[in-house]
Design a protein around this ligand. Structure first.
Ligand SMILES: [Zn+2]
Ligand SMILES: [Zn+2]
Length: 276
């Protein structure tokens, strides 16, 4: 059993207002809970992470940063678990191309010019764990498999396996930029996953009209990939800040029609997907 809750699925920057109320305006933040695991998991800490509270019974969490663009990290100082005394938080993330590890990068966010509290002054205890491309490790029985994704800075996707269930996260990523070999390699790593949450920032038409090379995928590309590698459910995330509720609803309906054999949906803030 795995419960994946979306606390933010917007890309680039926050949006607000009645036109965005259905899909939400917070940037990328996901929480994964399982009764089979005493450790909670988070994937990215965009602005939505401030709402990602944990049950009182949980005293440990792993926060996996796919990459360190602002829309995926800026909520981190507001993660509720940071305020829990004795809470053990492990921060994972990729090593930047220039050599900086996740600790070097993330502690910069707590410099006095950006935030009034230093990273090691929170009630929670924080440690850091660098991920390389294809690092595979186990935290409290949960397997994490990383894989490199094409984006404008060093970016990792991941597959989480708890018990018999697997969920994969593939953002931010320009899947169109993968070579055939790279597509095959990533596909084999996440083949048959119960859930894939993937970057689908654009429509195919938008992508072809000036967005190639921007580091994000068309939702159609994510759907083709999910079909090819037998993904059981595909969730489209990282919605463009220019796409309002009507636009996203229309895109979702069109994609469902076009990929009728695929169980797909667009993520909405507050949505929980249960794998059981
Ligand atoms: Zn992003
Ligand atoms: Zn990014």
């Amino acid at each position: 059993m795995m419960e994946i809750t979306c606390f933010g699925c917007r890309g680039s920057h926050v949006v607000s207002g009645p036109k965005f109320s259905a899909f939400g305006g917070h940037t990328t933040s996901y929480r994964i809970l399982s009764p089979e695991c005493e450790t909670a998991f988070f994937v990215d800490a965009g602005t939505g992470i401030c709402n990602a509270v944990l049950p009182d019974s949980i005293h440990k969490a792993v926060l996996f940063f796919t990459h360190t663009h602002l829309d995926h990290i800026v909520g981190f100082p507001f993660l509720p678990a940071l305020q829990k005394k004795g809470f053990e938080l492990t921060i994972c993330g990729p090593v930047a191309a220039y050599g900086a590890g996740i600790k070097d990068i993330m502690t910069t966010l707590f410099a006095p010019a950006f935030f009034p509290v230093c990273w090691n002054e929170f009630p929670a205890h924080i440690r850091f764990f660098d991920f390389q491309d294809e690092t595979q490790t186990i935290f409290d029985g949960t397997e994490i498999q990383a894989f490199r994704l094409p984006h404008s800075c060093t970016t990792l996707g991941c597959r989480l396996k708890i018990g018999n269930h697997t969920a994969a996260f593939c953002f931010d990523a320009e899947l169109e930029a993968l070579s055939a070999d790279e597509t095959e390699k990533i596909g084999r790593l996440i083949e048959g996953s119960d859930l894939l949450i993937a970057d689908g920032t654009y429509t195919a038409e938008e992508y072809e009209n000036g967005r190639r090379g921007f580091g994000h995928s068309a939702a159609e590309t994510a759907a083709v990939f999910a079909e090819r590698f037998f993904i059981k459910q595909l969730g489209i995330s990282h919605h463009s800040p220019t796409a309002d509720d009507n636009t996203l609803t229309a895109r979702e309906q069109l994609l469902k029609k076009r990929f009728a054999n695929l169980d797909l949906f667009f993520l909405r803030e507050g949505m929980t997907v249960s794998l059981s």
